[in-house]
Design a protein around this ligand. Structure first.
Ligand code: NAG
Length: 202
């Protein structure tokens, strides 16, 4: 897979944005395997946390992977928010779980929790390793995963061949909360100079 220019040139490192060839060298130096595009599509039936009666929550999502922490914007007064936001994270170790937490933005107090979920990258990575070299018609389903006790899926999840790459679509059931699901997508991006996935074994 050929990474796009802008994806190659930017690697986020503890708040610094490194550009160009320097980023590639540093990518190898830091042991980065590549990048993962993470799209937070929407929330479904999220918990109500607002103190004012009749109002919904003001939800946002926090994404934690190792020492990286990224947030979506806050969507006001909506328990079925549509974010459609993309964040890019660098991956050093595919066994590090991706942790998602949903919060209700409060102006005057600490933000309330609205549940969380973990994503295990390994099934997706294995799918990319197995299917990555095939060229399939756009939109083809290449693999499916069922919800079970080892994942946070609330329905069947598909890996889809889309725009010359494999995307996994997931609906996650939030834990530690009375209700709520998150619809997200992940997409691997190979970066020139990084080690990539082909050498990994599970
Ligand atoms: C592939 O399908 C997606 C929708 O799944 C669409 O947005 C995209 O434009 C299509 N790409 C091509 C190259 O046809």
């Amino acid at each position: 897979m050929k990474p796009k220019e802008d994806e190659v040139s930017t690697i986020h490192n503890e708040g610094t944005i490194l550009k160009g060839i320097g980023a590639i060298e540093i990518g190898v130096g830091l042991g980065i395997l590549g990048l993962l595009k993470f799209r937070i599509i929407r929330g479904i039936n999220l918990a109500i946390r607002d103190a004012i009666k009749g109002r919904a929550s003001d939800p946002y999502v926090v994404l934690n992977v190792g020492d990286q922490k990224l947030k979506t914007s806050v969507i006001k007064n909506n328990c079925n928010p549509e974010w459609n936001e993309e964040r890019t994270i660098s991956i050093k170790d595919v066994t590090t779980p991706i942790h998602l937490s949903v919060y209700d933005k409060d102006t005057f107090s600490v933000d309330d929790k609205m549940g969380d979920a973990d994503i295990d990258l390994k099934p997706y990575i294995q799918c990319v390793q197995i299917m990555g070299l095939n060229k399939l018609p756009n939109g083809s389903v290449v693999m499916t995963f069922q919800p079970d006790e080892t994942n946070c899926l609330s329905q069947e999840s598909c890996c889809i061949w889309r725009n010359e790459n494999i995307v996994q679509e997931m609906t996650l059931g939030l834990k530690n909360v009375e209700s709520g699901e998150l619809v997200v997508e992940i997409e691997w991006v190979d970066v020139i100079g990084c080690r990539g996935l082909s050498h990994l074994q599970f």
